[in-house]
Design a protein around this ligand. Structure first.
Ligand SMILES: [Fe+2]
Ligand SMILES: [Fe+2]
Length: 467
């Protein structure tokens, strides 16, 4: 087998061949060892890096005329999944159905699980929540002088919660609220391999506010041609790039957008976007999901980009087009389960910034971390039905967060943020677009060209600034 065949074979198995390996000479014996494993070997002379990835969650849909039963099925699946999570909580003893609560004549200590169908404030400032289970509904009262009242103010329509308190006759006075959430005691997964993953979003190619010079510097950095010695060294270890939607500016997305476009066809915008991606070294695997500016329908899950407009992207071998939302596992080896990355563009975020006091009053659009935490706590990407257009095309609610991610990357709000929530690295990609007139009117202050880089071995995050 000649050298180029060997390199090809390694590539086929998802192994990146470094310069050092070629200099050292590729060893047939090593290849034989490689055959049945996912390659993790890192010694003084030979550096072998895994390029494994697996698309864990990806939505496709054929499209049909939806009816009430479709929404009913999706909501029932939501209730069931979240109910089963909540019922395992240590506080959820004495769980009874709402029907049984209605039959109780004497007040007793009980727990109820229900979907929120109404939230009202009484004349005295207490909260009155209507909870539904599959058979019936009841009122849950949260008194304004309780410690839980602050958290209770964040309760929204259509989320599923557990309540613990004293109840009878169809009314429960709440002492504790239980959200499905993610467990506290999760350990942070660390890859055995020194690999880096890079996260961006909202490139908006085609807009006259697209920051091309800065984006080209970012690509130069990925090629090892930009930045200081340390930054160039980091670039060498980059194996994955995630792009969380709004790749192009699109056409007719907001009023008078055409006056702010430099490329006025959708195909032209994707061709320009593809021309940038083609410059990225081919050993970097690129995962792209759509956003609300991209050429797919707005209802979520948004499928992979329609081929007729984006052939140029489909043609790039190291580009993997996925749905919004989606989950991708990277860095899996024989002994390591890999890092699960949840990608969601974040179209539902506008609703939560506008409607949730604890988000709006603590930074709003500048606090993607608070929104992500809010959603992880509810194990759903858009718990309020009104928060995003929704496609009931699946057996189960597609926006449930069923698999707990290790990393969650979102976009849409054009403001960079990195935080940790119970072992999940939550990140918001910034953008590559200066403030548009439309954003200015809405009071947005974008923070462009910030790039979080995650070392999968240490899980450290470095945010690079290309502005
Ligand atoms: Fe955007
Ligand atoms: Fe967006």
């Amino acid at each position: 087998m000649n050298k180029s065949d060997l390199i090809q074979k390694l590539f086929d198995k998802g192994i990146f061949v470094t310069k050092e390996m070629i200099e050292e000479g590729l060893d047939e014996k090593l290849l034989a060892e490689i055959d049945d494993v996912n390659i993790v070997q890192d010694d003084k002379n030979v550096k072998i890096l895994s390029l494994n990835h697996e698309i864990v969650i990806n939505f496709e849909n054929e499209g049909y005329k939806y009816n009430v039963q479709d929404f009913q099925r999706v909501f029932t699946s939501r209730y069931k999944f979240l109910h089963d999570l909540i019922r395992t909580h240590k506080s959820m003893k004495n769980i009874i159905s709402i029907q049984r609560l209605k039959r109780k004549k004497d007040r007793e200590h009980v727990s109820i699980i229900g979907m929120v169908s109404d939230v009202k404030e009484s004349k005295n400032g207490n909260l009155i929540i209507t909870l539904e289970d599959p058979q019936s509904n009841c009122k849950a009262i949260i008194m304004k002088d309780k410690d839980i009242f602050v958290d209770a103010k964040d309760i929204i329509f259509d989320e599923v919660i557990g309540v613990v308190g004293t109840g009878s006759d169809g009314v429960i006075f709440v002492n504790e609220i239980i959200w499905p959430d993610i467990p506290h005691n999760r350990s942070i997964k660390m890859s055995p391999i020194e690999e880096h993953a890079v996260f961006i979003s909202d490139v908006h190619v085609g807009s006259d506010n697209f920051m091309e010079k800065e984006f080209l510097n970012f690509i130069k950095w990925l090629k090892g041609e930009y930045g200081g010695a340390l930054q160039k060294q980091t670039a060498q270890n980059v194996r994955y790039l995630f792009i969380a939607g709004d790749c192009v500016d699109g056409i007719g997305i907001y009023p008078n957008q055409q006056k702010e476009l430099t490329i006025d066809t959708i195909v032209g915008q994707y061709e320009a976007f593809a021309s940038y991606l083609k410059q990225i070294p081919s050993h970097i695997q690129i995962f792209i999901c759509p956003g609300n500016h991209d050429v797919v329908h707005l209802a979520e899950p948004q499928p992979v980009f329609f081929k007729e407009y984006t052939q140029s992207l489909h043609d790039i071998e190291n580009v993997h087009l996925v749905s919004n939302p989606s989950m991708i596992k990277v860095g899996k080896t024989k002994d390591f389960d890999g890092i699960n990355v949840l990608m969601y563009h974040g179209y539902s975020f506008d609703y939560y910034v506008a409607n949730i006091d604890s988000i709006r009053n603590n930074g709003g659009y500048k606090r993607a971390d608070l929104i992500q935490q809010f959603l992880l706590k509810r194990r759903h990407l858009a718990p309020a039905f009104k928060s995003t257009p929704y496609l009931p095309a699946y057996e189960e609610d597609p926006l449930l967060i069923k698999v707990i991610p290790d990393i969650m990357i979102t976009g849409h709000i054009h403001y960079s943020k990195v935080a940790n929530y119970k072992g999940v690295t939550v990140m918001s990609g910034s953008c590559w677009q200066a403030c548009t007139k439309f954003q200015e009117k809405l009071g947005h202050e974008p923070e462009p060209c910030m790039v979080p880089v995650v070392n999968l071995k240490t899980r450290e995050v470095t945010v690079m600034d290309f502005s």
